[in-house]
Ligand binder design. Structure first.
Ligand SMILES: *[C@@H]1O[C@H](CO)[C@@H](O)[C@H](O)[C@H]1NC(C)=O
Length: 350
């Protein structure tokens, strides 16, 4: 069974595609033929999105190249869980189904995609790949922090520009509806955008006599996307289930005793399937064929992962580095060895 992502028609808050890097590159390559052609061939865009796409082909190209980074961050965060942010090759509807259901997982996917888009566009901006933006012009002159005064210098990441674009692009789809699903999606899109801003770091270079740091030049730089991924993963764990309020203008927590979710929290309104078996209706691809850990007691244990269906064990040979020796100075030389390991995979049916 193949769980590698491949041609997964996905969403971008719509039903656009999470494409493999292979499909990805050829597909986005079309972009150089003209933004009109490219934008007219992205499935599932609403008019406003198509318009933004045509106006900003370079931003769209950056997004196309960045998509696989935030898919893999999502997959990293859920690697040892039944739902692993993945879907089967060639089935274009499964993930779409999941996202039709406003589950906790859908909330995470919306947030990480929105965050990923901000991150990707900010990076593209700093690298001068976009026509419409460059380093943050607000970061000029002098400032002060706990270590004293410094000069703004270099290229501060212009995250606000990326946030604006991401907001108008991703929210455009949700703004067409005014139901609870749309409100929940808008909320999670915003939580994702805000998450990136949390991990901006002041980076500085010291000047002055023999690096005494009496003079500093600083700039704001985005942190590694892993930080945002870890943060949103914690927000997923603490996500709040909501219902529409009685005026239909917003939502409130299902459990009254819980406080109202903040703008940073993830929200959802439908229960998740258990993701044990293939179920087209709920958007579950099942855990048949997934690797599990026989000695673990957590979510990746064979017990939990295989939902009690049991597992198959096969012995596979894998290449490892062995007999590594340190050579002065400074190299490590190893031999290539073969190692036999047992791999456990969940049965599809008991
Ligand atoms: C399986 O789980 C155990 C206990 O949590 C852990 O020590 C071990 O590294 C895991 N093995 C693999 C292959 O992940």
């Amino acid at each position: 069974m193949n769980f590698l992502p491949s041609g997964i028609c996905f969403y971008l808050s719509v039903a656009t595609c999470w494409l493999t890097s292979r499909v990805d590159s050829s597909w986005w390559y079309m972009g150089t033929l003209g933004s009109q052609v490219m934008c007219d061939n992205i499935p599932g865009l609403v008019n406003k999105q198509r318009q933004l796409c045509r106006q900003h082909p370079k931003a769209m190209q950056a997004i196309g190249a960045g998509i696989k980074d935030w898919i893999s961050e999502c997959q990293h965060q859920f690697r040892s869980h039944r739902w692993n942010c993945n879907t089967m090759a060639r089935d274009h509807n499964v993930f779409g189904k999941l996202l039709l259901r406003s589950s906790r997982e859908a909330a995470f996917v919306y947030a990480i995609s929105s965050a990923g888009m901000v991150h990707t566009l900010t990076q593209a901006c700093s690298q001068g790949e976009l026509d419409t933006c460059s380093c943050d012009p607000g970061k000029k002159g002098f400032s002060h922090d706990s270590k004293g005064p410094f000069d703004w210098g270099g290229c501060s990441d212009h995250v606000d520009h990326a946030i604006k674009f991401t907001q108008s692009f991703l929210d455009a789809k949700e703004r067409k509806e005014r139901d609870v699903r749309a409100l929940v999606n808008l909320h999670n899109n915003r939580a994702g955008r805000k998450a990136v801003k949390r991990f901006m770091n002041l980076e500085c270079k010291c000047h002055g006599v023999s690096g005494s740091c009496s003079v500093r030049t600083c700039w704001l730089a985005m942190g590694d996307f892993r930080q945002t991924g870890d943060y949103l993963r914690r927000k997923y764990n603490a996500a709040t289930q909501v219902v529409m309020n009685r005026y239909g203008t917003g939502f409130t927590s299902v459990y009254r005793k819980f406080k109202k979710p903040s703008k940073n929290d993830l929200v959802y309104f439908e229960d998740s399937p258990d993701y044990c078996i293939w179920d087209h209706e709920s958007g579950s691809v099942g855990t048949g064929g997934r690797a599990c850990n026989r000695t673990s007691r957590g979510a990746d244990s064979c017990e939990v992962m295989c939902c009690g269906r049991g597992y198959d064990t096969s012995r596979v040979s894998r290449a490892t580095k062995c007999e590594c020796k340190f050579h002065w100075c400074c190299a490590v030389h190893c031999r290539d060895c073969q190692e036999e390991v047992d791999v456990h995979t969940c049965k599809t049916q008991s």
